[in-house]
Write a protein of this length. Structure first.
Length: 104
C-alpha cells in the first residue's frame, strides 16, 4: 500500500484517532534535540543502519512519519514500504516546519 501525504491538521487527527499508531521522527539527533513531537520514536533515515533499525519494528503497526520539511520522511515511508510494512504509512506533508500542534 503506498504511503499517504497528510498536512498537519489531518495528520494530527489521524494520529490521535489511531490506536495502532507509531509516531516516527526520521531527522538527525541534533534536530530532535531542538524540537520534536512528544511521544515520537527517533530513527535517523540518513544513518547507514536505518534499515537495520526498522527491521526491528512491528511491521503491522501504522507509522506516522515526519522530518523537517517532508522529504526525508517521504523517503523513509518508501523504505518502510519496501521492507514489507503492512500497516498505514503516513508522511507529514511539509514536515515539522508546517506542524501546527504542540512540540517539546
Amino acid at each position: 500500500m503506498p504511503f499517504e501525504n497528510l498536512y498537519s491538521p489531518e495528520f494530527r487527527a489521524a494520529l490521535a484517532a489511531d490506536t495502532n499508531a507509531v509516531l516516527l521522527d526520521v531527522r538527525t539527533a541534533a534536530e530532535v534535540a531542538d524540537q520534536k513531537i512528544e511521544g515520537c520514536l527517533h530513527i535517523d533515515v540518513m544513518q547507514p543502519d536505518f534499515t537495520d533499525h526498522i527491521s526491528n519494528l512491528d511491521a503491522s503497526k501504522n507509522y506516522y512519519v515526519y522530518c523537517r520539511s517532508g522529504g526525508r520522511s517521504a523517503q523513509a515511508c518508501m523504505m518502510l514500504e519496501e521492507a514489507g510494512f503492512s500497516g498505514r504509512l503516513v508522511n507529514l506533508a511539509g514536515g515539522i516546519t508546517q506542524y501546527d500542534g504542540p512540540t517539546v
